[in-house]
Design a protein around this ligand. Structure first.
Ligand SMILES: Nc1ncnc2c1ncn2[C@@H]1O[C@H](COP(=O)(O)OP(=O)(O)OP(=O)(O)O)[C@@H](O)[C@H]1O
Ligand SMILES: [Mg+2]
Length: 352
């Protein structure tokens, strides 16, 4: 099922949690709703589920306007961070429960619940109580319970936050598998960029209630619409330097002149941010756009990360593992096309 969100706004008193938000989520996709704490992700999800009334705007499930429908009538499956299983019920009873409410006959209820238990790989745990399950198992049961009604859409709000790092990775792959096996349109809320990057078809990145960009994961990384998007994605975080356009070049703080070809197109005197991913900075390669000074070098398994002084800022750059660099050594700096961006300093808007 396709979801269309039109100019959605949610105000809580003076706070606008979601602001004039429009997006289309294609049928069968897994979409990550990504952004820092407090940016409006849960508010957005709760409006889609019908738990929260909207202040303004419309939500369509396919062609049906569901904006005023109750959560039950929308046909949504919900999973939250705290598993919220019924502690006194067994796994089987938990999964059956939504069907019991819908007055589905016992036999069919059990058959459907068992089918779901199989899908999420808890079929051997049916007689246990939630307290006898690990966090990952509890979350599997919560997903089975959300899916047993055959909802039109699956909505997950930080479903993996209570799990340890390894289990998080295993479970996010499981969510992707379950989503692909069922083909159900899924919205997955997370503030973890890696989680979002690894499993989704598209990512919606939000900040302060506003949509920043909606794109495929790689596109979001390679073609950020603004400085916030570039900052939000990537490990190590993107290097940010500040400067001004002068004589068709960029002059960074500390009088570091960068002969960036693309700077020729920029307005003279414009205050900018030059952002460079660590893998886009080439130390002592064939191109020389500027000069830097080696500060520290860290060997991290197969990769070597150097801290290089560029003007008054230190940037991180990956360097070749078989070369030696010494603290204080002058090096030539080149920049790849991919992973180098220029943003307007005031607005954060992408210029290059
Ligand atoms: N019921 C409410 N009453 C008043 N303000 C609210 C309410 N719910 C959310 N807010 C505010 O709306 C904004 C967005 O909150 P929301 O819970 O949607 O953020 P989030 O992106 O889900 O954050 P997190 O990652 O921490 O869960 C915040 O400023 C929050 O304080
Ligand atoms: Mg939230």
């Amino acid at each position: 099922m396709k979801v269309t969100i039109q100019n959605l706004t949610k105000c809580f008193g003076a706070t606008t949690a979601v602001n004039d938000f429009s997006a289309v989520i294609e049928s069968g996709e897994l979409i990550a709703l990504l952004g820092p704490s407090g940016c409006g992700k849960s508010t957005m999800l709760n409006m889609i589920s019908g738990i929260l009334p909207v202040t303004n705007g419309k939500i369509f499930f396919d062609d049906e306007d569901v904006t005023e429908l109750s959560p039950e009538k929308r046909g949504v499956g919900l999973v939250f961070q705290n598993y919220a299983l019924y502690p006194h019920m067994t796994v089987l009873e938990n999964i059956c429960f939504p069907l019991e409410i819908k007055k589905v006959k016992k036999e069919e209820r059990v058959a459907r619940a068992k089918e779901m238990a199989k899908l999420v790989h808890v079929e051997t745990l049916l007689d246990r109580k939630p307290s006898q399950l690990s966090g990952g198992q509890q979350q599997r049961v919560a997903i089975a319970r959300a899916l047993v009604k055959h909802p039109r859409i699956l909505l997950l709000d930080e479903p993996l936050s209570n799990l340890d790092a390894r289990l998080r990775i295993e479970m996010r792959e499981e969510i992707r598998r379950i989503q692909q096996e069922t083909g159900i349109t899924t919205i997955f809320v997370t503030h973890d960029q890696e989680e979002a990057m690894s499993i989704s078809d598209h990512i919606i990145l939000m900040k302060d209630g506003f949509l920043q960009q909606i794109a495929r994961p790689q596109e979001l990384y390679d073609e950020p619409a603004n400085c916030f998007v570039a900052d939000f994605l990537g490990t190590p975080p993107i290097n940010k330097t500040y400067g001004v356009v002068k004589n068709g070049q960029i002059v960074l703080e500390g009088d570091c002149v960068v002969a960036l070809e693309a700077a020729k197109k920029l307005d003279e005197g414009r205050q900018i941010i030059l952002s460079m991913r660590a893998e886009a900075i080439v130390v002592n390669g064939s191109d020389r756009l500027t000069e830097g000074i080696i500060d520290e070098v860290y060997v991290m398994g197969k990769e070597v990360l150097a801290y290089v002084q560029l003007g008054s800022r230190r940037v991180r750059a990956y360097v070749e593992a078989d070369k030696e660099y010494n603290k204080g050594e002058k090096v030539n700096i080149g920049l790849k096309k991919r992973g180098v961006f220029v943003f307007d300093k005031e607005t954060g808007e992408r210029l290059v």
